[in-house]
Write a protein that binds this ligand. Structure first.
Ligand SMILES: [Zn+2]
Length: 331
């Protein structure tokens, strides 16, 4: 069953309901699952079992073949051209002081570490500091996974420096994948904030796109918001869509996820079917929201009246799966 026919069948006219149908009831959207998301790639084994192995860690750090990525304020050195990016690794002796984390080991035994510290000197004409947002889509699967992992940990260590129980400075443990308080012994793990992002479609298979009040003119995307404490991701979808646009959703389907460590989100992608089409925006958060058919979307992009999120984002990919082909234009 196609996404379009599923929605047409599933949404009786005039029905307004905030309830969510479980997939087992057969009324959810049959949208395509997302694959190959730019920041959800990786080839390196994270070898969690080696994170506390002091002998192995020492041997790996003294192995001249070991590679290190340095991350400073979300940036790492990359060899970067318009079409291609590659991490500019350094050897352990060249690494600056800073929190060190074991990123993983390749199939051939090559170990990768990250260090949160000042970036080393740029070596090579195309080597420069780059953000994940910029380099991520151009990196290989291996390098995209390494940089996403390293940026997420570096961001966490940069901000999570003290114990939330007693206020003492904490120490990195588990090769940088946790921190421990030396006073009360409590252990703390990297914080990840789950956020849902959802493409809502109406019975005519039009997509709901909105402009956040904080964004520049013309920028639009699908709706997104953080999952609140004690709430499921599906409940967050229904709540945020209703709060921001007054639209009730009656079927929610999970599509896939992508880490977005800028600084610490995990984006959970969904599609949802609208039970009503009258938009009533929350003006504090949403400047405008509108339904777009595929033809209307293409025309608006061509006319320059709207711009869509960049290909690195899960939003872009979700819109693309609905649109049916590559999307022109992005911000
Ligand atoms: Zn403490």
């Amino acid at each position: 069953m196609s996404a379009a026919s599923a929605q047409g069948d599933a949404v009786p006219a005039g029905t307004v309901s905030g309830s969510i149908e479980p997939a087992s009831q057969g009324l959810t959207l049959a949208g395509p699952a997302l694959s190959g998301l730019a920041l959800a790639r990786g080839e390196v084994d994270r070898v969690a079992h080696l994170r506390a192995d002091a002998d192995w860690l020492k041997a790996a750090w003294t192995d001249p073949a070991t590679r290190v990525i340095v991350v400073e304020r979300g940036q790492a050195l990359c060899e970067l051209t318009d079409q291609h990016a590659a991490l500019a690794f350094i050897a352990p002796p060249e690494a600056p002081d800073g929190v060190r984390f074991l990123l993983g080991v390749e199939a051939d035994g090559l170990a990768h570490f990250g260090v949160a510290g000042p970036l080393p000197a740029q070596a090579g004409p195309d080597v420069r500091p780059a953000y994940l947002r910029e380099a991520g889509p151009l990196l290989s699967d291996r390098d995209a996974g390494l940089l996403t992992h390293a940026v997420a940990l570096a961001n966490w260590h940069e901000t999570f420096t003290h114990c939330p129980r007693c206020g003492s400075p904490t120490d990195p443990i588990a090769s940088g994948h946790a921190r421990k308080c030396p006073v009360d012994g409590s252990e703390h793990f990297p914080r990840v904030d789950p956020a849902m992002i959802v493409l809502v479609t109406d019975p005519a298979d039009r997509a709901l796109l909105a402009r956040n009040a904080q964004w520049p003119e013309r920028r639009v995307s699908i709706l997104a918001g953080f999952v609140e404490a004690g709430e499921s991701a599906e409940q967050a979808v229904a709540r945020e869509v209703a709060e921001e646009t007054g639209i009730a959703v009656r079927a929610v389907t999970y599509l896939g996820s992508q880490p977005w460590p800028m600084p610490q989100s995990l984006m959970l992608g969904f599609r949802a079917a609208a039970a009503n089409t009258d938009i009533n925006v929350d003006a504090d958060e949403i400047a405008e929201a509108n339904w777009y058919s595929r033809d209307e979307l293409a025309a608006a992009i061509a006319a320059g009246t709207i711009r869509l999120p960049p290909p690195v984002s899960i939003a872009h990919r979700i819109i693309e799966t609905w649109y049916g082909s590559d999307l022109p234009g992005s911000w």
